[in-house]
Design a protein around this ligand. Structure first.
Ligand code: TEU
Length: 567
């Protein structure tokens, strides 16, 4: 349906530049590397490239700590190469989304350096500075202005000796939060965004954008959160997840940055903790805030309390969650769909079955499930070739700030180091950040130097070169799924209805648009099922796309996925 926005038919591919492809042999991926691998994206058929940060940065959080919003870090190349990338993508009919990280800057950003210089600095109020809690001296345990726990462990406040105050950082201490209450901050961000659009980029993926509005009292007071068991800290999220002015800030941003511009843009807001009710507001086109959001419900189903406390995923929870989001954004708003990104362990290891026997089948089954939902699918680099978690065995193998901070805090709080390591192995973001496996050569074709993070030893078997010409590969299956969304309006726009909500292994649903109905059946287990008992309507239906070779139409094999046309 041509009246719907272009991104309802689009598939987005995420590049985490550090790990994509290294063109100069320093062991770190770069823009030159992306330019060399554009054929891979074109071959896959994706419409949009979302580029994780390439801006100048001390790299405390691999570029999510930005020290200059209008440049490219020399590690990644130059602004000229970024212009070249924009042109090369446009020439192939693809678009570029930049990562917009404006909840916080790096502590090395000139804005923060000026802000911290003195209490009377004109930029003091660009960040959140607060005196020690009444009755405490700065630096004492418990003197933090609020009890909030940071996303990367410890308190959200760091004491600045020189000026005698604390600054707020919801993430690492090297990522101070900008004060969006200050109109100068908002104007500076809008101006920077316009500058990028003028350069030709097609939109933004907005990092933790639902955290920019803090619940602050008239007198500047911020509120403690409920205590987190087993720690001296509290959960401050009620004070900054979808805070009081968030909708106002996003409407203002849309207006200030996009109003009057001709073009086909896309904005996606990353929103941890967002509810369906909030997401409807954020993505209602009439409100002009963002086009879609990343929600976190489904990637929070396999742990409890903290991300490091793993519990098995229950299929009915997954169905209930996705089902609610499909229904909740059916008449207004739009979903984005993802399993993998640079913050999540690899889905084939986490929700699939990465044993040699079922790795290919489970990777393609999960892909089919996701891509047949209503919403815009996101493919994270390596997902399209079935990349799996890394076989970590020691702490030295990890690089991520979240993992390393967690280890320090958990061990000093008395947790068994072996258990902490086991949790890192399962959940660390480094699982997603190992270099892309291009071929079977020693560094997987990623670099001629020493890779910044070890290449997964399984690259000898699992790599893009081995899959490119193989019609049975994970890569070929992704290609078909992406093409199907482009070809069939029912895949992009059809109504969604969940089937078998209580079944422990089989995930099934229909999509319907103007007389066309697709039935999607995915077996997320090693058990075979009789289709006749499960879904009699499937018998005799035309197979549109399947992930296993044609066989017995009556039996749904382990990790088999089928897209059928019911007429
Ligand atoms: O992530 C925000 C976020 O809340 C989580 O995904 C978080 O990174 C982690 O999974 C907590 O366990 C965004 C970026 O995607 C992430 O890479 C950055 O580290 C973070 O913001 C700070 O900029």
């Amino acid at each position: 349906d041509e009246r719907q926005p272009w991104w309802t038919r689009a598939v987005v591919y995420q590049v985490y530049p550090r790990s994509f492809h290294d063109s100069d042999g320093d062991g770190i991926g770069d823009l030159g590397g992306i330019l060399q691998r554009l054929d891979h994206l074109a071959d896959l058929g994706v419409d949009v490239l979302w580029l994780s940060p390439v801006y100048p940065s001390p790299m405390a959080d691999n570029g999510y700590d930005i020290s200059d919003y209008r440049g490219v870090d020399p590690m990644f190349g130059s602004l000229e190469q970024l212009d070249e990338l924009i042109a090369a993508l446009h020439a192939r009919g693809m678009k570029l989304l930049m990562d917009l990280v404006v909840n916080h800057t790096s502590d090395a950003h000139p804005w923060f350096e000026e802000s911290r210089a003195s209490r009377s600095s004109p930029k003091r109020d660009w960040y959140w500075w607060r005196p020690p809690r009444g009755g405490f001296s700065g630096g004492d345990p418990g003197a933090e202005p609020t009890n909030w726990q940071a996303a990367f462990s410890g308190p959200t406040w760091t004491y600045d000796e020189a000026s005698g105050e604390y600054y707020l950082h919801l993430f690492d201490r090297r990522q101070p939060d900008l004060n969006w209450e200050n109109p100068e901050v908002r104007q500076a961000v809008h101006e920077m965004m316009r500058w990028w659009l003028d350069r030709g980029v097609d939109g933004f993926r907005m990092d933790v954008i639902n955290m920019i509005s803090k619940d602050v009292a008239e007198d500047g007071h911020l509120h403690d959160g409920p205590p987190i068991p087993g720690t001296s800290l509290g959960d401050g999220s009620a004070s900054f997840i979808c805070g009081p002015r968030i909708h106002e800030f996003l409407q203002e941003m849309r207006h200030e940055v996009f109003a009057g511009r001709n073009g086909t843009f896309l904005t996606v807001g990353e929103m941890p903790g967002v509810t369906i009710e909030q997401a409807r507001l954020f993505t209602d086109p009439a409100r002009a805030e963002v086009d879609m959001v990343f929600q976190f419900e489904h990637v929070n189903l396999d742990h409890e309390g903290s991300k490091w406390r793993h519990v098995p995923l229950r299929m009915r929870d997954l169905k209930a969650s996705f089902g609610r989001w499909q229904a909740g954004l059916a008449d207004v708003g739009w979903n984005s769909l993802y399993w993998d990104n640079h913050d999540q362990p690899r889905a084939v290891s986490r929700f699939g079955d990465d044993s040699p026997e079922f790795r290919r089948d489970s990777a393609t089954c999960l892909a089919t499930l996701l891509h047949l939902h209503r919403g815009t699918p996101y493919v994270y680099q390596g997902q399209e070739i079935g990349m799996a978690n890394f076989p970590f065995t020691s702490l030295e193998e990890f690089a991520d700030v979240e993992s390393l901070n967690h280890h320090v805090h958990a061990v000093s709080a008395g947790h068994d180091p072996a258990e902490v390591l086991a949790a890192l192995r399962t959940m660390s973001r480094d699982n997603a950040r190992t270099p892309v496996q291009w071929d079977a050569s020693p560094n997987a074709g990623f670099t001629t130097g020493t890779p910044w993070l070890a290449v997964n030893p399984d690259h000898v078997e699992w790599n893009a070169a081995a899959q490119r010409e193989d019609p049975a590969s994970v890569l070929a299956h992704y290609r078909r799924l992406i093409a199907l969304r482009h070809e069939l309006p029912v895949v992009a726009l059809g109504d969604f209805a969940m089937l078998l909500p209580e079944h422990d292994h089989v995930y099934a649903f229909t999509r319907t648009l103007e007389g066309t109905t697709l039935l999607v059946v995915c077996n997320l287990s090693r058990t075979s099922y009789e289709l006749a008992t499960l879904l009699p309507e499937a018998l005799g239906a035309e197979l549109v796309l399947g992930n296993l070779p044609d066989d017995d139409p009556m039996v749904l094999r382990p990790w088999e996925a089928r897209v059928l046309r019911l007429d």
